[in-house]
Design a protein. Structure first.
Length: 165
């Protein structure tokens, strides 16, 4: 199998359940947020504060466009879908799986947007951001796994089913 690229809102489970998916499928695991932090020498929050949202998105897009992986689950940041170049590259090297979680569940899970390093992209709150990003996630997805209300085991099962595994 080629790579599996996970997209979705912050707190959807891309990193948490992504690791379990990689273990189950005997694949490597890559978290692009960690790559950005390593490259930038700071947390996502600090990078956004220091560089501003536009520069951060440019950094993220450039990194996504050069990710090289084989047989890996790639967990992206929630804002990955703002980079058409980055998403085109990821789609060319893997199957893009959208981890969908309800607006209510995301709102309850996400907590402090600033401390999580969430790009608001001109949105006033998490609900507006959810509505804006949902169309982008749907646009880029090859498959969708609805994880709303599921525990970790259920989420993993939904992801495997969405991928036909």
């Amino acid at each position: 199998m080629k790579n599996i690229v996970l997209i979705g809102m912050p707190s959807a489970g891309k990193s948490t359940v992504g690791v379990l998916l990689a273990k189950k499928c005997v694949m490597n695991f890559i978290d692009t947020d960690l790559l950005i932090q390593k490259e930038g020498g700071a947390s996502l929050e600090a990078l956004i504060d220091r560089e501003g949202e536009d520069a951060f998105l440019a950094r993220e897009g450039a990194l996504l466009a050069r990710v090289e992986a084989e047989n890996a689950v790639i967990a992206t940041g929630g804002s990955a879908v703002y980079s058409a170049e980055g998403m085109r590259h990821l789609a060319s090297i893997g199957t893009v799986l959208y981890l969908k979680v309800s607006e209510e569940e995301v709102t309850a899970r996400v907590g402090d947007l600033h401390r999580r390093g969430v790009i608001l992209h001109g949105c006033s709150d998490i609900r507006a951001l959810y509505r804006e990003r949902t169309r982008l996630y749907e646009q880029w997805a090859d498959a969708t796994a609805d994880l709303t209300g599921l525990d970790t085991a259920g989420a993993l099962g939904a992801m495997l089913a969405a991928l036909g595994l």
